[in-house]
Design a protein around this ligand. Sequence first.
Ligand code: RFL
Ligand code: PHB
Length: 395
Amino acid sequence: MTQVGIIGAGPAGLMLSHLLHRQGIASVVLERRPRDYVERRVRAGVLEQGSTDLLASTGMGERMTREGLVHDGIKLRFAGEQHRIDFRQLTGRGITVYGQQEVVKDLIQRRLADAGEIWFEAEAIAIEGIEDDRPRIAYRRQGEQANLSCDFVAGCDGSHGVARTGLEAKSYERSYPFAWLGILAKTPPASDELIYAYHERGFALHSMRSPELSRLYLQVDADDTTDAWPQARIWDELRLRLAEPKLQPGEIIDKGITPMRCLVTEPMQRGRLFLAGDAAHIVPATGAKGMNLALADVKVLAEALTAWYRSRSRDLLDRYSDLCLRRVWRAEHFSAWMTALLHRDPTGDPFDHKLRLAYLRYVVTSEAAATTLAENYVGFDPSSPSPLRGRSGRG
Ligand code: RFL
Ligand code: PHB
């Protein structure tokens, strides 16, 4: 028995557990994978200012501040040209490159140091009684089945979890006819900033994890497998598409293919079940929003649960989904926009190619267009007060 039963030890579930603990609220995190697996899983790497602020203001920023790489802009390459989008100049803000697995390691270490309960290799199989006062999570651990009863259930179990199935919600979806092949390689980053490259052969991205580790991505066909991509082919293609002479091949220590898709579940809650992070919404990785949305959701959820435990007021809990979905849809739009801007259409439509180049040139020459990219990339909160409100006279 606990107060909040959390399914999933990704960034959403772990951060929620940490935030609740800081408010004196007990939780149990059920995670179907072993600790080692969760800590090694290579995924996203870009933190918006709002995410770094949340981590730092809740005592989770120490290693991130030391090891994270603060970037003030990105590079865009296409048609043999290179351009820089200067986030700091355009928005006053930047981003921090710090691997999701590092955020996860820091949170696990902290939760365990605070005597937090994370039950690894415990798989949630069903959620019952979400319309009652005491919902239960049925789970399987070491071959035994048991129930965890709680006041609330937080479904933070990612895109393939069970929690979403407990909602009677509408799903909005889009899938793309391409995917991303991502590698982590032991080679120093060839650039001090991320390079987003649009090439006739497809998109490529140069990112990094540390001064010794590079994270690189290639657009591949949706049905490609990693077997079709031996080392030599990956490096050849990266060299061609990124056109970065400093890029040196290195040992590939992780390789995976991630589908590109969009999904929003609406509403993100029912009764005493609340979804957060990838369990509720998926963005194509081009906008680097997935981990940031997960952290933004649980900040709202922790505040709403805290209000309930303080005053038994359900007001914030009832508004949870609405409070999150504005930001989610903004991020969905931005991620779909970046994806359309930078990926080759597999049908190879030459008109589309020309339109894409025209738009890219617009983004790098118009300050308004560059600001659109910059303010969304560093994190745009559609609920925050806008200087434009009032100008139209409509408030
Ligand atoms: P997570 O990180 O997926 O964590 C969910 C956790 O729930 C566990 N789980 C269960 N536990 C108990 N019982 C069950 N029935 C369970 N079902 C699932 C899982 O084992 C897992 O530990 O979700 P969260 O916390 O919402 O965080 C979101 C981010 O992880 C995600 O948005 C991004 O990382 C997206 N993403 C990537 N983004 C990038 O920018 N670059 C990448 O290279 C990148 N790679 C990825 C990704 C997402 C992926 N998936 C699976 C959606 C690669 C993959 C494969
Ligand atoms: C990453 O570093 O993993 C990364 C960076 C930017 C993206 C996606 C992933 O858009």
